[in-house]
Ligand binder design. Structure first.
Ligand code: PLP
Length: 361
C-alpha cells in the first residue's frame, strides 16, 4: 500500500521535538493569543521576507480577512483563477463580492494574458494562486494590479517557500495568505493559517479583525470574527518551520525522480515555468485515460487524488453566477491526477509507481 500521504512518518521523525512543544503549552496553561503565536508569527514573517504576520484559523480565513481588510465586499468583483481549490473563491463569496474566473495556462496557473478582459469598474482585486507549489508570474500580475489599481492578494496555501525569480511568494502582493492544513508543505496538527503583509496599517487592522474587531482587547470599531491560530498549533508549526526548506528540497528531488523514471509518453509530466521555483506541494500529471489509470494504480494499492475534478464555474453555486466556459481548465479537469508527494515518500515507492505507469499502453 502506498498512501497519498502518511503523517505518521513525519511524526515519528520529529516526535521528541513535537511532544516537547505540545507539553510546553500544556504546562504553561495558555492556549490562545500567547507567546507561542507571537514567536511563530515573528519567525514566519522572517521566513517569508515580510515585516508582519498574523496567525489565523485557516487559509480560508486568511483570504477572507484580507478581503475584509482591503474593504472589499458587496457589489465588488475579484479576479480568481478557475483552476484552484474551492476556498479561494468561497472566501470571496463570504466577503459578499463576486469571484470572476479566468482560465489557466499549460502550467495550470492563472493565464495572465486573459485577466485584463475580465476587469471592469467593479473589479477590486486579483487573487494570484500559487497552485501545486508553483509560483505565478508575479511580474505580469503586479503590472496588471498596478495598472488598474487593484489589491493583489496571493493565495500561498500550496506554496510555502516557493519563489518567483528568487523572491518568496506572499511577499509580492498586498497580502500573502497561507494555509497550515496538515497536508500543506508546512502543516499543523489541525487547522491553521496566516497572513503576511508589508503594511503596518493592514497589520493592525488584521489583528483586530481576527479578534472580534477589537483593538487591545478593549474597543471594537470595525467588524471582525474569531480567527486565531492557537498556541498548540503555533508551537507545532515553530518546530516544523525549521524543516520546511529541507522538506521542500526533498520534494524537488522526489519530483526529479518521478521525471527521470516515468518515460511513458501517455503520461504528461508537469512543467513549472522557468522563473518559478516550485516546491511541489502536489505532483500533478495528465493522461487522457486518467480514470482507468487511477483505477489500475488503486488495484496496486497506490492512492492518487484529483486536484481538482470540478473547475470552479461548474460547481452549482458558481454556475449560477458564471456563464463563460474555460476550455483549458475544463480539459485538464478531465485529465489530471496527483501522484503521492510528501517529504517522507520513499524512493522505492516512486520506483514502483513509475514502473506501473510505464507499463500502460
Ligand atoms: C489553494 C488553496 N487556497 C485556500 C485553501 C484554504 O485553506 P484552509 O483549508 O486552511 O482553509 C486551500 C486549502 O485547501 C488551498 O489549497
Amino acid at each position: 500500500m502506498i498512501p497519498f500521504v502518511d503523517f505518521t512518518r513525519e511524526y515519528k521523525s520529529l516526535k521528541k521535538e513535537i511532544d516537547e512543544a505540545i507539553h510546553r503549552v500544556l504546562r504553561r496553561g495558555w492556549f490562545v493569543l500567547g507567546p507561542e503565536l507571537e514567536n511563530f508569527e515573528k519567525r514566519f514573517a522572517e521566513y517569508c521576507d515580510a515585516p508582519y504576520c498574523v496567525g489565523v484559523n485557516s487559509g480560508t480565513d486568511a483570504l477572507y480577512l484580507s478581503l475584509l481588510c482591503a474593504g472589499i465586499g458587496q457589489g465588488d468583483e475579484v479576479i480568481v483563477p478557475v483552476n484552484t481549490a474551492l476556498p479561494t473563491a468561497m472566501a470571496v463569496s463570504m466577503s459578499g463580492a463576486r469571484p470572476v474566473f479566468v482560465d489557466c495556462d499549460e502550467s495550470f496557473l492563472i493565464d495572465s494574458k486573459q485577466i485584463v478582459r475580465r476587469i471592469n469598474k467593479k473589479t477590486k482585486a486579483i487573487i494570484a494562486v500559487h497552485l501545486y507549489g508553483q509560483a505565478c508570474d508575479m511580474d505580469a500580475l503586479k503590472k496588471i494590479s498596478r495598472r488598474f489599481r487593484l489589491t493583489l492578494i496571493e493565495d500561498c496555501a500550496q506554496a510555502t517557500g516557493a519563489m518567483w525569480k528568487g523572491k518568496k511568494v506572499g511577499s509580492f502582493g498586498d497580502f500573502g495568505c497561507f494555509s497550515f492544513y496538515p497536508t500543506k508543505n508546512i502543516g499543523a496538527y489541525g487547522d491553521g493559517g496566516a497572513i503576511i503583509t508589508k503594511s503596518k496599517k493592514n497589520y493592525t487592522k488584521l489583528l483586530a479583525e481576527r479578534f472580534y474587531g477589537q483593538k487591545d482587547r478593549q474597543v471594537c470599531s470595525i467588524p471582525g470574527m474569531n480567527s486565531r491560530l492557537d498556541e498548540i498549533q503555533a508551537a507545532v508549526l515553530s518546530v516544523k518551520l525549521k524543516y520546511v526548506d529541507t522538506w521542500n528540497r526533498t520534494r524537488q528531488q522526489l519530483a526529479l525522480q518521478y521525471r527521470n523514471l516515468i518515460v511513458n509518453p501517455k503520461i504528461v509530466l508537469p512543467t513549472p515555468q522557468g522563473d518559478s521555483q516550485c516546491v511541489y506541494h502536489l505532483f500533478v500529471v495528465r493522461a487522457p485515460k486518467r480514470d482507468a489509470i487511477m483505477k489500475l494504480l488503486k488495484e496496486h494499492g497506490i492512492q492518487t487524488l484529483i486536484h481538482y475534478r470540478t473547475p470552479l464555474h461548474r460547481h452549482p453555486f458558481y454556475a449560477k453566477q458564471e456563464k463563460n466556459s474555460f476550455p483549458v481548465a475544463e480539459r485538464y479537469a478531465r485529465e489530471i491526477f496527483s501522484l503521492p508527494m510528501y517529504p517522507y515518500l520513499k524512493k522505492q515507492e516512486i520506483k514502483k509507481i513509475a514502473t506501473i505507469l510505464n507499463n500502460i499502453t
